[in-house]
Ligand binder design. Structure first.
Ligand code: URP
Ligand code: ZN
Ligand code: ZN
Ligand code: ZN
Length: 469
């Protein structure tokens, strides 16, 4: 089955040009003018941008956390992602100490395989390093194509790993070709500050932010970067929220260390004052790291613009206000951390970034798709529009205006952190491997049609895209 997308403006991380695009067997078969007939279906993209599908490198679907489970699973979460212009996600697979890593991966396959409507891969959490783990890691890289490992430096007594574990994970990753990801906050210091706040009777949502000051993020980021330098390994810092962390990443990169940083839409447009909303509404804005004082937003935008930060993840981790966020009434430590963003990451970033002149349109594509594909072993299969790449395509109307609202979003959650925000630009149709998932703004995909992504090792680009024509 051949499809032809005509009259659109193709935009990649490098180029922008008018051309038609021929799709055959799920791949991009040709790009050019007058590609001839023979297509069973012609899609008119006049006035629209034709982007490579967004890649979200940071999601938590169907994940047990904070005494509950995230409200979006692999079905609702990937449907919402597709509506928002995202065609691949990489989700965090949690592991349990003392259990084979393989078991955890099996659990994640079961959560996802009959539900996902777009392609998906997994990062694997490492919470301890011992003989068994060291034996399993090379097999997991080889057999599962999981080439990124996550270490938490925070959430004491839950996910937190110690520095030896982080260091040994860095060494193992270097040896076998994987990227180490860190949640960089000093969990021990946070634990102390949290207990002190509770003892003093400070239980409201704002204390979530006040007990996790930016310095604890900066300190952990700097520590992880230094350990990466000693190990000669490679590091990706997730959800960078503040100037202190940007500085540490920048410092490390200037020394030649292989360190990259991701930020998230919430840190670019929301700020700490949201945690002070009355009637416990502040709980909707509880993330770790927390939202920061507003001036940090400009630091993050500049860091994206000048390359100090390289990617945008959603950190999708949705909990309903009713019954889930409310677990923390009277004790902010019981508010499940995280929020619903998977659907809005792409268009919010386009609107706030490209439309407001903060980044170029090519930088936009790089930050939401291409660079992520390169870092996580998916390029050039994913992350670009090129002959031989998967036909993961977003047909995007750059001028359509809309207002974000829980009334109209497709995530399985009862609020939007961006309620009432006006955005310009909207995905009209979205294709995954040449098949429509969203067509004229309606979901037409099928649960289970998303494929599991085995990823290439860090630094070893995938084979050149197959020639298909
Ligand atoms: O608050 C957050 N970020 N929740 C998701 C889990 C994590 O730390 O990424
Ligand atoms: Zn985290
Ligand atoms: Zn996360
Ligand atoms: Zn709808």
């Amino acid at each position: 089955m051949k499809k032809l997308i005509t009259n659109g403006t193709i935009v990649t991380a490098a180029d922008m040009y008018e051309a038609d695009l021929l799709i055959e067997d799920g791949k991009i078969a040709a790009i050019g003018k007058n590609l001839g007939t023979g297509a069973e279906e012609v899609i008119d993209a006049r006035g629209a941008y034709v982007f490579p599908g967004g890649i979200d490198p940071h999601t938590h679907l169907d994940m047990p956390f904070g005494g509950t489970v995230t409200s979006d699973d692999f079905e609702t979460g990937t449907i919402a992602a597709a509506y928002g212009g995202t065609t691949s996600i990489i989700d965090f697979c949690l592991t349990n100490k003392g259990e084979p890593l393989k078991n955890a991966i099996q659990t994640w396959h079961e959560k996802s395989k009959s539900k996902a409507v777009i392609d998906y891969g997994f990062h694997l959490m490492i919470s301890e390093v011992n003989e068994q783990v060291l034996e399993e890691i090379p097999l997991i890289i080889e057999e599962e194509g999981i080439t990124s490992f996550k270490v938490f430096m925070a959430y004491k007594n839950v996910f937190q790993a110690d520095d030896e574990t982080l260091f040994r994970t860095l060494l193992t990753a270097k040896e076998h070709g994987a990227l180490v990801m860190v949640h960089a906050e000093n969990g021990d210091v946070i634990d102390f500050l949290v207990n002190k706040a509770l003892k003093e009777g400070n239980t409201a949502p704002i204390y979530h932010a006040l007990t996790r000051p930016p310095e604890v993020e900066g300190e952990a980021t700097g520590r992880a970067a230094q350990l990466t330098g000693i190990a000669g390994s490679q590091l990706y810092v997730v959800h960078v929220s503040c100037a202190e962390a940007v500085e540490k990443i920048d410092e490390a990169r200037k020394k030649g260390y292989q360190v990259w940083g991701e930020t998230c839409p919430q840190y670019l447009v929301l700020d700490q004052s949201y945690l002070e909303k009355p009637n416990f509404e502040g709980a909707k804005y509880v993330w770790s790291p927390p939202l920061r004082e507003k001036w940090n937003q400009e630091v993050l935008w500049n860091a994206l613009k000048n390359g100090q930060l390289q990617t945008l993840g959603s950190d999708q981790c949705s909990f309903n206000f009713k019954g889930q966020k409310e677990l923390g009434v009277g004790d902010f430590t019981k508010i499940p951390n995280g929020g619903p963003i998977i659907e809005d990451r792409f268009s919010l970033f386009f609107s706030e970034g490209v439309k407001k002149g903060r980044i170029s349109i090519n930088q936009f594509v790089d930050i939401v798709s291409t660079r992520i594909a390169k870092l996580f072993g998916l390029f050039p299969r994913k992350g670009t529009i090129a002959v031989g790449s998967d036909a993961d395509i977003v047909i995007f109307d750059p001028n359509k205006e809309r207002v974000i609202s829980a009334e109209t979003h497709h995530m399985n959650v009862d609020y939007s952190a961006f309620e009432g925000m006006k955005v310009t630009g909207e995905p009209i149709s979205v294709l995954s491997r040449g098949e429509f998932v969203i067509r004229e703004k309606e979901f037409v995909g099928k649960p289970g049609s998303g494929q599991y992504l085995k990823r290439a090792r860090f630094g070893s680009q995938e084979k050149p895209a197959e020639k298909v024509r």
